[in-house]
Every structure is written in C-alpha cells, then in structure tokens.
Design a protein around this ligand. Structure first.
Ligand code: SAH
Length: 231
C-alpha cells in the first residue's frame, strides 16, 4: 500500500483525477481515498495545512491504512535563487524551522531525543531523478524547511536559508519527516514552487497554487507509472 498525501484540496485533486477511486473512507474528520493505479494499491488524503494536521494524516496513513511508504505532493516557497515559480524540487531531508529550544543550548530545530533533519528515501529520490531525466524535466534536490507560518518576508527567509541551508519552505514536510522517521517508513517529498517566500508571496501563491499543484501532481503520476513498471 502506497500512501499519497498533500496539504490542500487543490494539491490532491489533480492526482485523484488520474487514479481509479474504489472507495472513500471518512475517518478523523477527513476523507481517505482508496484507489488503484494499474497494479498499485493507493491510499490518498489531503491533511489540511500545517504540521499538526500533516502529522495526524501521515500517522493515520501508516497505522490505520498500512501505507508502507509516504509520497507527498504539493507546493512550496522558493529559497534558492534558481528556483522559479513552477519548478520542481525533491527534499533530501526535511526540518522544522520553527522549533526553538536555543535558550537551553540546543541548535535551532533540535528537540531532545529527536533530531534536526529527517532524511528522505534515497531509492525514491533516485526514482524521481530517473523519471525527470527520461522526461527531460528539471528537478532540483535540497533541504526543505517547514513551520506553522506562511513565509512572506525576505529577512525571515534568509534566516531560514542560512540556519538550515534550506532550498524551499513550506508547512508540512518537517512533520511528515518526523512521523516517518519515528515509524520507519520511507518518505518522499515533492514540491512545485508557488511563490518566492518574500514580500508579495501571498499574491503569487493565490495566483499559482493551482498551476503549481498540477505540475507536482503530474510528476507524481509519472513516478507511479515508473513504480508500476518496476513492480
Ligand atoms: N491561501 C491558503 C493558505 C495557504 S498556506 C488558504 O487561504 O487556505 C500555504 C500552503 O502552501 C501550505 O500548505 C505550505 O506548505 C505551502 N507553502 C507555499 N508557499 C509557502 C510559503 N511561502 N511559506 C510557507 N508555506 C508555503
């Protein structure tokens, strides 16, 4: 069983259009779509925005629906200069930029008995790179930082860039990274850029949410096609 999750309805819808939905299960104030993509069994959901919602959905996908890997598709704000709106990035690792226990001498992002960075699955990232190469699509790879804030401020963005060496910013990946690390489940994080996380980002986000969600969804579907071929 493959778990596919997004944060927002707009991010999930273009994926749902391309799979064969068998059943919709209402659970924990959310809908879980049981579906088929060729030979692949899927369970899909959007969590709603933010780290707590994303953790809840990721845990449910794994514990209740027995997802053996989690693939995330969605949009993000760009940090790296050569990431333009509509470009794709996969995470090498994710982190929580809003975790701050620095007064106790810990590094930003660190929680005792946990860690700052959560590694994404190398095999799934290699698969994504193979697909990108085959289709001639530019695919960046880098650290993705998450926090419960929409970043639209150059100073804050630069602090996150410098502190975590992050390439993109969003509101869920660090949480899903923590859940999948805790439960030992491979995690893949794909995002298409919707804005540049500085002044004006809110306007860009509203304008490009749908288009960038589509870009990410389309690539995810190509990955499923590749996974099916390899099955
Ligand atoms: N306009 C939306 C809220 C969007 S919040 C509404 O009214 O419902 C932004 C979502 O996109 C989050 O899920 C986050 O993961 C991602 N995102 C894109 N750009 C971002 C940015 N600059 N900062 C933080 N999250 C961003």
């Amino acid at each position: 069983m493959i778990g596919i999750m997004c944060a927002m309805r707009e991010e999930l819808e273009p994926i749902l259009e391309k799979v064969e939905i068998k059943n919709v299960i209402e659970y924990a104030k959310n809908n879980y779509y049981m579906a088929q993509f060729g030979k692949l069994d899927l369970v899909l959901a959007y969590s709603k925005i933010g780290k707590v919602n994303a953790s809840t959905t990721a845990s449910i996908l794994i514990e209740k629906f027995k997802a053996q890997k989690i693939l995330f598709s969605g949009v993000a704000g760009a940090i790296e200069k050569d990431l333009k709106i509509g470009d794709l990035i996969i995470a090498t690792k994710t982190t929580q930029h809003d975790v701050d226990l620095t007064v106790f001498g810990y590094e930003p992002g660190f929680i005792p008995e946990s860690k700052i960075f959560f590694e994404c699955d190398k095999h799934l990232n290699d698969l994504a790179k193979t697909v990108a190469k085959k289709l001639g699509i530019k695919l960046k790879e880098g650290i993705i930082a998450s926090g419960d804030q929409f970043i639209h401020n150059k100073e804050k963005k630069e602090w996150i860039a410098k502190t975590f060496k992050a390439s993109a910013i969003e509101m869920e990946g660090g949480a899903v990274g923590c859940v999948t690390w805790t439960l030992d489940v491979p995690f893949f994080m794909l995002r298409a850029i919707s804005d540049t996380a500085q002044e004006g980002a809110g306007v860009d986000f509203d304008e490009f949410l749908e288009k960038s969600s589509e870009v990410s969804a389309k690539f995810l579907i190509e990955m499923l096609r590749q996974m099916e071929n390899e099955k």
